[in-house]
Write a protein that binds this ligand. Structure first.
Ligand code: AMP
Ligand code: ZN
Length: 488
Protein backbone atom coordinates (compact mmCIF):
# COMPACT_ATOMS: atom_id res chain seq x y z
CA UNK A 1 0.00 0.00 0.00
CA UNK A 2 1.40 3.38 -0.99
CA UNK A 3 1.17 6.03 1.68
CA UNK A 4 1.80 9.70 0.94
CA UNK A 5 2.04 12.70 3.23
CA UNK A 6 -0.87 14.91 2.25
CA UNK A 7 -0.22 18.57 3.01
CA UNK A 8 -3.98 19.11 3.15
CA UNK A 9 -4.50 16.78 6.11
CA UNK A 10 -0.94 16.99 7.42
CA UNK A 11 -0.79 13.22 7.71
CA UNK A 12 0.41 10.19 5.82
CA UNK A 13 -2.55 8.73 3.97
CA UNK A 14 -3.06 5.56 2.00
CA UNK A 15 -3.13 6.52 -1.67
CA UNK A 16 -6.46 5.61 -3.24
CA UNK A 17 -6.86 6.85 -6.79
CA UNK A 18 -10.18 8.15 -8.07
CA UNK A 19 -9.99 5.62 -10.90
CA UNK A 20 -8.21 2.27 -10.60
CA UNK A 21 -6.97 2.61 -14.18
CA UNK A 22 -5.29 5.95 -14.38
CA UNK A 23 -3.84 8.38 -11.89
CA UNK A 24 -4.16 12.06 -12.74
CA UNK A 25 -1.24 14.16 -11.57
CA UNK A 26 -0.47 17.85 -12.00
CA UNK A 27 2.91 19.37 -11.27
CA UNK A 28 3.49 23.11 -11.35
CA UNK A 29 5.97 23.81 -14.11
CA UNK A 30 8.51 26.54 -14.54
CA UNK A 31 7.97 30.18 -15.18
CA UNK A 32 10.07 30.29 -18.32
CA UNK A 33 12.11 33.47 -17.84
CA UNK A 34 15.33 31.95 -16.52
CA UNK A 35 17.35 28.73 -16.67
CA UNK A 36 15.84 26.40 -14.11
CA UNK A 37 18.33 25.73 -11.31
CA UNK A 38 19.21 22.45 -9.64
CA UNK A 39 16.77 23.30 -6.81
CA UNK A 40 13.90 23.36 -9.32
CA UNK A 41 15.33 20.14 -10.75
CA UNK A 42 15.24 18.48 -7.34
CA UNK A 43 11.50 19.09 -7.23
CA UNK A 44 11.00 17.75 -10.78
CA UNK A 45 13.13 14.68 -10.05
CA UNK A 46 11.23 13.89 -6.85
CA UNK A 47 7.96 14.26 -8.74
CA UNK A 48 9.40 11.90 -11.35
CA UNK A 49 10.13 9.39 -8.57
CA UNK A 50 6.51 9.58 -7.38
CA UNK A 51 5.30 9.06 -10.94
CA UNK A 52 7.64 6.08 -11.44
CA UNK A 53 6.45 4.54 -8.15
CA UNK A 54 2.88 4.79 -9.46
CA UNK A 55 3.91 3.29 -12.82
CA UNK A 56 5.74 0.48 -11.05
CA UNK A 57 2.54 -0.24 -9.12
CA UNK A 58 0.86 -0.77 -12.48
CA UNK A 59 -1.10 2.48 -12.79
CA UNK A 60 -1.17 4.49 -15.93
CA UNK A 61 -0.37 8.10 -15.11
CA UNK A 62 -1.74 11.13 -16.88
CA UNK A 63 0.79 13.78 -15.98
CA UNK A 64 0.30 17.43 -16.83
CA UNK A 65 2.92 20.11 -16.19
CA UNK A 66 2.32 23.67 -17.23
CA UNK A 67 4.69 26.26 -18.64
CA UNK A 68 4.00 29.73 -17.29
CA UNK A 69 4.72 32.23 -20.04
CA UNK A 70 2.69 35.18 -18.79
CA UNK A 71 1.14 36.48 -15.57
CA UNK A 72 3.67 35.44 -12.90
CA UNK A 73 4.48 38.69 -11.17
CA UNK A 74 7.66 39.49 -9.23
CA UNK A 75 6.09 38.29 -5.99
CA UNK A 76 3.92 35.19 -5.80
CA UNK A 77 1.32 37.29 -3.97
CA UNK A 78 0.85 39.26 -7.17
CA UNK A 79 2.95 42.37 -6.89
CA UNK A 80 5.50 43.95 -9.18
CA UNK A 81 6.22 43.34 -12.85
CA UNK A 82 5.42 40.27 -14.91
CA UNK A 83 8.64 38.24 -14.72
CA UNK A 84 8.57 37.30 -18.40
CA UNK A 85 7.60 40.74 -19.64
CA UNK A 86 10.42 42.25 -17.58
CA UNK A 87 12.98 39.79 -18.94
CA UNK A 88 11.81 40.30 -22.53
CA UNK A 89 12.15 44.07 -22.22
CA UNK A 90 15.59 43.74 -20.65
CA UNK A 91 16.78 41.38 -23.38
CA UNK A 92 14.97 43.26 -26.18
CA UNK A 93 13.22 40.08 -27.24
CA UNK A 94 9.59 39.07 -27.43
CA UNK A 95 8.03 37.26 -24.48
CA UNK A 96 7.53 34.26 -26.75
CA UNK A 97 11.23 34.20 -27.66
CA UNK A 98 12.19 34.28 -23.98
CA UNK A 99 9.67 31.57 -23.05
CA UNK A 100 10.65 29.32 -25.99
CA UNK A 101 14.34 29.65 -25.21
CA UNK A 102 14.01 28.76 -21.50
CA UNK A 103 11.45 26.03 -22.17
CA UNK A 104 13.91 24.39 -24.60
CA UNK A 105 16.72 24.55 -22.03
CA UNK A 106 14.37 23.15 -19.39
CA UNK A 107 13.19 20.20 -21.49
CA UNK A 108 16.81 19.42 -22.46
CA UNK A 109 17.73 19.40 -18.78
CA UNK A 110 14.79 17.14 -17.91
CA UNK A 111 15.98 14.75 -20.63
CA UNK A 112 19.56 14.85 -19.42
CA UNK A 113 18.34 14.03 -15.92
CA UNK A 114 16.26 11.16 -17.28
CA UNK A 115 12.95 12.60 -16.10
CA UNK A 116 9.98 11.03 -17.89
CA UNK A 117 8.30 13.78 -19.86
CA UNK A 118 4.78 14.82 -18.83
CA UNK A 119 1.96 13.72 -21.16
CA UNK A 120 1.01 17.34 -21.69
CA UNK A 121 2.95 20.57 -21.15
CA UNK A 122 0.37 23.28 -21.72
CA UNK A 123 1.43 26.89 -22.06
CA UNK A 124 -0.56 29.60 -20.29
CA UNK A 125 -0.77 31.80 -23.40
CA UNK A 126 -2.50 28.96 -25.29
CA UNK A 127 -5.28 28.71 -22.69
CA UNK A 128 -6.61 32.23 -22.26
CA UNK A 129 -10.20 31.22 -23.28
CA UNK A 130 -10.27 28.49 -20.61
CA UNK A 131 -9.06 30.98 -18.00
CA UNK A 132 -11.68 33.52 -19.03
CA UNK A 133 -14.38 30.85 -18.78
CA UNK A 134 -13.29 30.04 -15.25
CA UNK A 135 -13.20 33.74 -14.34
CA UNK A 136 -16.72 34.18 -15.77
CA UNK A 137 -17.93 31.28 -13.65
CA UNK A 138 -16.43 32.83 -10.50
CA UNK A 139 -17.96 36.15 -11.44
CA UNK A 140 -21.42 34.62 -11.84
CA UNK A 141 -21.08 33.07 -8.40
CA UNK A 142 -20.19 36.41 -6.84
CA UNK A 143 -16.60 35.71 -5.80
CA UNK A 144 -15.01 38.51 -7.80
CA UNK A 145 -14.80 42.27 -7.54
CA UNK A 146 -13.04 45.01 -9.41
CA UNK A 147 -10.11 46.88 -7.86
CA UNK A 148 -7.75 49.49 -9.22
CA UNK A 149 -5.53 47.19 -11.25
CA UNK A 150 -7.58 44.09 -11.90
CA UNK A 151 -10.36 41.68 -11.09
CA UNK A 152 -9.84 40.18 -7.65
CA UNK A 153 -11.01 37.05 -5.88
CA UNK A 154 -12.57 37.82 -2.49
CA UNK A 155 -10.88 35.24 -0.26
CA UNK A 156 -13.22 36.05 2.66
CA UNK A 157 -16.10 34.57 0.64
CA UNK A 158 -14.50 31.16 0.29
CA UNK A 159 -15.18 29.09 3.40
CA UNK A 160 -12.07 27.22 4.42
CA UNK A 161 -9.65 29.54 2.64
CA UNK A 162 -6.10 28.59 3.64
CA UNK A 163 -6.91 25.03 4.77
CA UNK A 164 -3.78 23.81 2.98
CA UNK A 165 -1.62 25.95 5.28
CA UNK A 166 -3.24 24.72 8.49
CA UNK A 167 -3.89 28.37 9.39
CA UNK A 168 -7.20 30.15 9.80
CA UNK A 169 -8.26 32.90 7.44
CA UNK A 170 -7.79 35.48 10.21
CA UNK A 171 -4.30 34.24 10.95
CA UNK A 172 -3.29 34.34 7.26
CA UNK A 173 -4.62 37.87 6.95
CA UNK A 174 -2.82 39.05 10.06
CA UNK A 175 0.44 37.36 8.99
CA UNK A 176 0.32 39.20 5.69
CA UNK A 177 -0.47 42.50 7.43
CA UNK A 178 2.33 42.08 9.97
CA UNK A 179 4.79 41.07 7.29
CA UNK A 180 3.85 44.32 5.48
CA UNK A 181 4.12 42.30 2.31
CA UNK A 182 0.99 43.73 0.79
CA UNK A 183 1.18 46.40 -1.80
CA UNK A 184 -1.56 48.97 -1.41
CA UNK A 185 -4.03 48.42 -4.20
CA UNK A 186 -6.99 50.77 -4.23
CA UNK A 187 -10.19 48.80 -3.79
CA UNK A 188 -8.52 45.55 -2.64
CA UNK A 189 -10.61 44.17 0.22
CA UNK A 190 -8.41 41.64 2.05
CA UNK A 191 -4.62 41.23 2.02
CA UNK A 192 -5.11 37.60 0.94
CA UNK A 193 -7.22 38.55 -2.11
CA UNK A 194 -5.52 37.98 -5.46
CA UNK A 195 -6.03 39.06 -9.04
CA UNK A 196 -7.50 36.54 -11.46
CA UNK A 197 -7.21 39.11 -14.25
CA UNK A 198 -4.88 42.11 -14.37
CA UNK A 199 -5.68 45.20 -16.39
CA UNK A 200 -3.20 46.27 -19.02
CA UNK A 201 -1.39 49.44 -17.97
CA UNK A 202 -1.09 50.60 -21.56
CA UNK A 203 2.67 50.24 -21.73
CA UNK A 204 2.63 46.52 -22.59
CA UNK A 205 3.62 45.60 -26.14
CA UNK A 206 2.39 42.01 -26.16
CA UNK A 207 0.57 39.24 -24.31
CA UNK A 208 -2.48 41.37 -23.63
CA UNK A 209 -5.98 40.12 -24.41
CA UNK A 210 -9.37 41.75 -24.78
CA UNK A 211 -11.94 40.25 -22.45
CA UNK A 212 -15.32 41.00 -20.87
CA UNK A 213 -13.32 41.97 -17.77
CA UNK A 214 -11.22 44.53 -19.57
CA UNK A 215 -8.05 44.42 -21.62
CA UNK A 216 -5.37 42.60 -19.72
CA UNK A 217 -3.73 39.30 -18.83
CA UNK A 218 -4.41 36.41 -16.42
CA UNK A 219 -3.17 36.00 -12.88
CA UNK A 220 -0.68 33.20 -12.32
CA UNK A 221 -2.92 31.14 -10.03
CA UNK A 222 -5.89 31.03 -12.43
CA UNK A 223 -3.57 29.54 -15.07
CA UNK A 224 -2.85 26.40 -13.07
CA UNK A 225 -6.52 25.98 -12.08
CA UNK A 226 -7.72 26.33 -15.68
CA UNK A 227 -5.06 24.11 -17.25
CA UNK A 228 -5.15 21.36 -14.62
CA UNK A 229 -8.94 21.10 -14.79
CA UNK A 230 -8.97 21.20 -18.58
CA UNK A 231 -6.67 18.19 -18.89
CA UNK A 232 -7.39 16.26 -15.69
CA UNK A 233 -10.97 17.13 -14.78
CA UNK A 234 -12.54 19.14 -11.97
CA UNK A 235 -11.44 16.66 -9.35
CA UNK A 236 -8.18 14.79 -9.69
CA UNK A 237 -5.70 12.75 -7.67
CA UNK A 238 -2.37 14.45 -7.07
CA UNK A 239 -1.04 17.99 -7.25
CA UNK A 240 2.65 18.60 -6.60
CA UNK A 241 5.01 21.52 -6.24
CA UNK A 242 7.65 23.00 -3.97
CA UNK A 243 6.81 23.98 -0.38
CA UNK A 244 7.03 27.65 -1.34
CA UNK A 245 3.76 27.22 -3.24
CA UNK A 246 1.66 26.07 -0.28
CA UNK A 247 0.68 29.37 1.25
CA UNK A 248 -0.16 31.42 -1.80
CA UNK A 249 -0.20 29.66 -5.16
CA UNK A 250 -1.80 26.36 -4.19
CA UNK A 251 -4.04 27.91 -1.55
CA UNK A 252 -5.40 30.25 -4.22
CA UNK A 253 -5.69 27.46 -6.79
CA UNK A 254 -7.89 25.52 -4.34
CA UNK A 255 -10.03 28.56 -3.52
CA UNK A 256 -10.83 29.51 -7.11
CA UNK A 257 -11.18 25.94 -8.44
CA UNK A 258 -13.49 24.79 -5.66
CA UNK A 259 -15.44 28.06 -5.68
CA UNK A 260 -16.04 27.60 -9.41
CA UNK A 261 -16.95 23.90 -9.44
CA UNK A 262 -18.39 23.39 -5.96
CA UNK A 263 -16.34 20.17 -5.82
CA UNK A 264 -13.19 19.08 -4.09
CA UNK A 265 -10.30 20.04 -6.40
CA UNK A 266 -7.46 17.65 -5.49
CA UNK A 267 -7.21 14.63 -3.17
CA UNK A 268 -3.47 14.58 -2.41
CA UNK A 269 -1.17 17.59 -2.19
CA UNK A 270 2.48 16.55 -2.28
CA UNK A 271 5.10 19.21 -1.57
CA UNK A 272 8.85 19.01 -1.98
CA UNK A 273 11.25 20.65 0.37
CA UNK A 274 14.10 22.82 -0.87
CA UNK A 275 17.56 22.19 -2.11
CA UNK A 276 19.90 24.51 -0.25
CA UNK A 277 23.50 25.31 -1.10
CA UNK A 278 26.08 25.29 1.68
CA UNK A 279 23.10 25.19 4.06
CA UNK A 280 21.79 28.51 2.72
CA UNK A 281 19.03 29.45 0.30
CA UNK A 282 20.37 29.60 -3.24
CA UNK A 283 20.95 33.23 -4.05
CA UNK A 284 22.28 35.37 -6.82
CA UNK A 285 24.28 37.52 -4.42
CA UNK A 286 26.03 34.46 -2.98
CA UNK A 287 26.58 33.24 -6.56
CA UNK A 288 25.10 29.94 -5.48
CA UNK A 289 22.45 29.45 -8.14
CA UNK A 290 23.64 26.49 -10.17
CA UNK A 291 22.08 25.11 -13.31
CA UNK A 292 22.46 21.56 -14.65
CA UNK A 293 24.92 22.99 -17.16
CA UNK A 294 27.05 24.58 -14.42
CA UNK A 295 27.33 21.30 -12.56
CA UNK A 296 28.16 19.35 -15.71
CA UNK A 297 30.79 21.89 -16.76
CA UNK A 298 32.46 21.27 -13.40
CA UNK A 299 32.98 17.71 -14.64
CA UNK A 300 30.06 15.90 -13.02
CA UNK A 301 27.74 13.62 -14.96
CA UNK A 302 24.01 14.30 -15.32
CA UNK A 303 23.21 10.86 -13.94
CA UNK A 304 25.27 11.50 -10.78
CA UNK A 305 23.39 14.80 -10.40
CA UNK A 306 20.10 12.91 -10.69
CA UNK A 307 21.35 10.44 -8.10
CA UNK A 308 22.38 13.25 -5.75
CA UNK A 309 19.09 15.13 -6.13
CA UNK A 310 16.93 12.06 -5.52
CA UNK A 311 19.00 10.75 -2.62
CA UNK A 312 17.39 12.73 0.22
CA UNK A 313 13.89 12.46 1.62
CA UNK A 314 11.67 14.77 -0.42
CA UNK A 315 10.16 16.37 2.68
CA UNK A 316 13.53 17.37 4.10
CA UNK A 317 15.95 19.95 2.80
CA UNK A 318 18.90 18.61 0.87
CA UNK A 319 22.22 20.41 1.09
CA UNK A 320 24.21 20.80 -2.11
CA UNK A 321 27.98 21.12 -1.77
CA UNK A 322 30.57 20.19 -4.37
CA UNK A 323 31.98 17.72 -1.87
CA UNK A 324 28.58 16.01 -1.63
CA UNK A 325 28.34 16.06 -5.42
CA UNK A 326 31.79 14.39 -5.69
CA UNK A 327 30.63 11.72 -3.28
CA UNK A 328 27.50 11.15 -5.37
CA UNK A 329 29.65 10.81 -8.48
CA UNK A 330 31.88 8.28 -6.68
CA UNK A 331 28.89 6.29 -5.43
CA UNK A 332 27.33 6.28 -8.89
CA UNK A 333 30.60 5.09 -10.44
CA UNK A 334 30.74 2.34 -7.81
CA UNK A 335 27.20 1.22 -8.66
CA UNK A 336 28.02 1.17 -12.38
CA UNK A 337 31.21 -0.82 -11.81
CA UNK A 338 29.22 -3.25 -9.72
CA UNK A 339 26.68 -3.72 -12.52
CA UNK A 340 29.40 -4.43 -15.09
CA UNK A 341 31.11 -6.83 -12.69
CA UNK A 342 27.80 -8.52 -12.00
CA UNK A 343 27.20 -9.09 -15.71
CA UNK A 344 30.71 -10.36 -16.46
CA UNK A 345 31.66 -12.27 -13.30
CA UNK A 346 32.41 -15.95 -13.95
CA UNK A 347 29.42 -18.07 -13.04
CA UNK A 348 29.99 -20.73 -10.42
CA UNK A 349 28.17 -24.02 -10.04
CA UNK A 350 25.05 -23.86 -7.91
CA UNK A 351 25.96 -24.11 -4.21
CA UNK A 352 24.10 -25.36 -1.17
CA UNK A 353 23.32 -21.84 0.12
CA UNK A 354 22.08 -20.61 -3.25
CA UNK A 355 18.45 -20.40 -2.17
CA UNK A 356 19.36 -18.54 1.00
CA UNK A 357 21.41 -16.01 -0.97
CA UNK A 358 18.60 -15.34 -3.43
CA UNK A 359 16.03 -15.07 -0.64
CA UNK A 360 18.19 -12.40 1.00
CA UNK A 361 18.42 -10.47 -2.26
CA UNK A 362 14.66 -10.63 -2.76
CA UNK A 363 14.03 -9.40 0.79
CA UNK A 364 16.27 -6.38 0.14
CA UNK A 365 14.48 -5.60 -3.13
CA UNK A 366 11.13 -5.86 -1.34
CA UNK A 367 12.50 -3.57 1.35
CA UNK A 368 13.42 -1.04 -1.34
CA UNK A 369 9.84 -0.85 -2.58
CA UNK A 370 8.36 -1.00 0.91
CA UNK A 371 10.45 2.02 1.89
CA UNK A 372 9.18 3.94 -1.13
CA UNK A 373 5.62 2.95 -0.26
CA UNK A 374 6.17 4.66 3.06
CA UNK A 375 5.89 8.23 1.78
CA UNK A 376 8.75 7.79 -0.70
CA UNK A 377 11.43 7.12 1.90
CA UNK A 378 14.32 7.22 -0.54
CA UNK A 379 17.22 7.10 1.97
CA UNK A 380 15.84 3.81 3.36
CA UNK A 381 15.22 2.50 -0.19
CA UNK A 382 18.80 3.29 -1.22
CA UNK A 383 20.12 1.57 1.91
CA UNK A 384 18.23 -1.57 0.81
CA UNK A 385 19.74 -1.33 -2.67
CA UNK A 386 23.24 -0.95 -1.24
CA UNK A 387 22.50 -4.10 0.77
CA UNK A 388 21.96 -6.00 -2.50
CA UNK A 389 25.24 -4.65 -3.88
CA UNK A 390 27.19 -5.51 -0.72
CA UNK A 391 25.84 -9.07 -0.48
CA UNK A 392 26.44 -9.72 -4.18
CA UNK A 393 29.97 -8.33 -4.08
CA UNK A 394 30.78 -10.75 -1.27
CA UNK A 395 29.29 -13.59 -3.31
CA UNK A 396 31.37 -12.65 -6.36
CA UNK A 397 34.54 -12.36 -4.25
CA UNK A 398 33.90 -15.83 -2.86
CA UNK A 399 33.54 -17.09 -6.43
CA UNK A 400 30.10 -18.48 -5.59
CA UNK A 401 27.77 -16.42 -7.80
CA UNK A 402 25.88 -18.89 -9.96
CA UNK A 403 24.06 -18.12 -13.16
CA UNK A 404 20.62 -18.23 -11.53
CA UNK A 405 21.80 -16.06 -8.65
CA UNK A 406 23.25 -13.49 -11.08
CA UNK A 407 19.93 -13.40 -12.94
CA UNK A 408 18.11 -12.86 -9.64
CA UNK A 409 20.35 -9.91 -8.73
CA UNK A 410 20.13 -8.40 -12.23
CA UNK A 411 16.32 -8.66 -12.13
CA UNK A 412 16.26 -6.96 -8.72
CA UNK A 413 18.59 -4.14 -9.77
CA UNK A 414 16.59 -3.58 -12.97
CA UNK A 415 13.32 -3.49 -11.09
CA UNK A 416 14.68 -0.92 -8.61
CA UNK A 417 15.92 1.13 -11.54
CA UNK A 418 12.38 1.38 -12.92
CA UNK A 419 11.91 3.88 -10.08
CA UNK A 420 15.43 5.29 -9.79
CA UNK A 421 15.87 5.96 -13.50
CA UNK A 422 19.66 5.66 -13.31
CA UNK A 423 20.10 3.67 -16.53
CA UNK A 424 21.34 0.43 -14.97
CA UNK A 425 20.51 -1.54 -18.13
CA UNK A 426 23.27 0.21 -20.08
CA UNK A 427 25.92 -0.86 -17.55
CA UNK A 428 24.69 -4.42 -17.41
CA UNK A 429 24.86 -4.54 -21.21
CA UNK A 430 28.44 -3.27 -21.09
CA UNK A 431 29.49 -6.14 -18.86
CA UNK A 432 27.58 -8.79 -20.78
CA UNK A 433 29.26 -11.17 -23.21
CA UNK A 434 29.34 -9.27 -26.42
CA UNK A 435 28.03 -11.40 -29.24
CA UNK A 436 28.01 -14.68 -31.03
CA UNK A 437 30.85 -13.40 -33.22
CA UNK A 438 33.05 -13.03 -30.14
CA UNK A 439 32.27 -16.66 -29.24
CA UNK A 440 32.98 -17.81 -32.81
CA UNK A 441 36.34 -16.01 -32.76
CA UNK A 442 37.30 -17.81 -29.55
CA UNK A 443 36.21 -21.19 -30.96
CA UNK A 444 38.38 -20.55 -34.03
CA UNK A 445 41.34 -19.64 -31.80
CA UNK A 446 40.79 -22.84 -29.86
CA UNK A 447 40.60 -24.95 -33.03
CA UNK A 448 43.87 -23.36 -34.22
CA UNK A 449 45.47 -24.14 -30.84
CA UNK A 450 44.35 -27.76 -31.07
CA UNK A 451 45.70 -28.07 -34.60
CA UNK A 452 49.02 -26.70 -33.32
CA UNK A 453 48.78 -29.25 -30.48
CA UNK A 454 48.77 -26.42 -27.91
CA UNK A 455 46.26 -28.27 -25.72
CA UNK A 456 46.91 -26.07 -22.66
CA UNK A 457 45.79 -23.02 -24.61
CA UNK A 458 42.81 -24.89 -26.03
CA UNK A 459 41.73 -25.84 -22.49
CA UNK A 460 42.13 -22.28 -21.27
CA UNK A 461 39.83 -21.07 -24.05
CA UNK A 462 37.31 -23.83 -23.28
CA UNK A 463 37.20 -22.75 -19.59
CA UNK A 464 36.84 -19.10 -20.54
CA UNK A 465 33.97 -19.87 -22.92
CA UNK A 466 32.20 -21.73 -20.15
CA UNK A 467 32.76 -19.14 -17.43
CA UNK A 468 32.24 -15.98 -19.40
CA UNK A 469 29.73 -16.97 -22.03
CA UNK A 470 28.16 -20.11 -20.51
CA UNK A 471 29.10 -21.95 -23.65
CA UNK A 472 30.06 -25.62 -23.72
CA UNK A 473 32.45 -26.81 -26.46
CA UNK A 474 32.41 -30.39 -27.70
CA UNK A 475 35.01 -31.89 -29.97
CA UNK A 476 33.61 -34.19 -32.65
CA UNK A 477 35.19 -35.94 -35.58
CA UNK A 478 33.96 -33.24 -37.89
CA UNK A 479 35.42 -30.45 -35.70
CA UNK A 480 34.29 -28.55 -32.64
CA UNK A 481 30.68 -27.72 -31.85
CA UNK A 482 29.26 -25.49 -29.13
CA UNK A 483 25.99 -25.00 -27.33
CA UNK A 484 24.74 -22.93 -24.43
CA UNK A 485 25.14 -24.42 -20.99
CA UNK A 486 21.87 -25.72 -19.51
CA UNK A 487 20.38 -23.31 -16.98
CA UNK A 488 20.42 -24.55 -13.37
P1 AMP B 1 9.17 28.40 -10.19
O1 AMP B 1 9.65 28.48 -11.62
O2 AMP B 1 9.79 29.44 -9.29
O3 AMP B 1 7.67 28.35 -10.06
O4 AMP B 1 9.74 27.02 -9.60
C1 AMP B 1 9.50 25.78 -10.22
C2 AMP B 1 9.41 24.70 -9.17
O5 AMP B 1 10.63 24.56 -8.43
C3 AMP B 1 8.33 24.96 -8.12
O6 AMP B 1 7.66 23.75 -7.81
C4 AMP B 1 9.12 25.47 -6.94
O7 AMP B 1 8.43 25.26 -5.73
C5 AMP B 1 10.37 24.64 -7.04
N1 AMP B 1 11.57 25.24 -6.38
C6 AMP B 1 11.99 26.53 -6.41
N2 AMP B 1 13.14 26.68 -5.73
C7 AMP B 1 13.48 25.45 -5.24
C8 AMP B 1 14.57 24.94 -4.44
N3 AMP B 1 15.56 25.69 -4.01
N4 AMP B 1 14.55 23.61 -4.15
C9 AMP B 1 13.56 22.81 -4.58
N5 AMP B 1 12.52 23.23 -5.34
C10 AMP B 1 12.46 24.53 -5.67
ZN1 ZN C 1 1.04 26.14 -10.52
Amino acid sequence: MLRLFNTLTRSKEVFRPISQEIVCMYTCGITAYYTAHIGNMRTYINEDILKRVLLHRGYRVNHVQNITDVGHLASDAGEGDDKLRHEAEKEKKSMKEIADMYTAIFTDDLNRLNVIMPNTMPKATDHIPEMLDLIAKLDRKGYLYKAENGIYFDTSKFAGYGELTGMSFERLVSELREGARVEKVAGKRNPTDFAVWRFASGSEKECIWDSPFGRGFPGWHIECSAMSMKYLGKHFDIHCGGIDHIQIHHTNEIAQSEAATGEKFVNYWVHNNFLVVDDKKMSKSLRSIYSVDHVMKMGYSAIALRFFLLSGHYRQTLNFTFEAMSNAEKTMRGIYQFLERLASAPRAEKSADSRAFMAKIRVSVRMFFKSLDDDLNMPAALAAMHGVIKDTNIRIAEGKLSRTEAACVIDGMMEMDEVLGLEFAKQIKKGEPKSASEIEALINDRDAARRAKDFAKADRIRTMLKQKFHVVVEDTESGSRWHEEQSQ
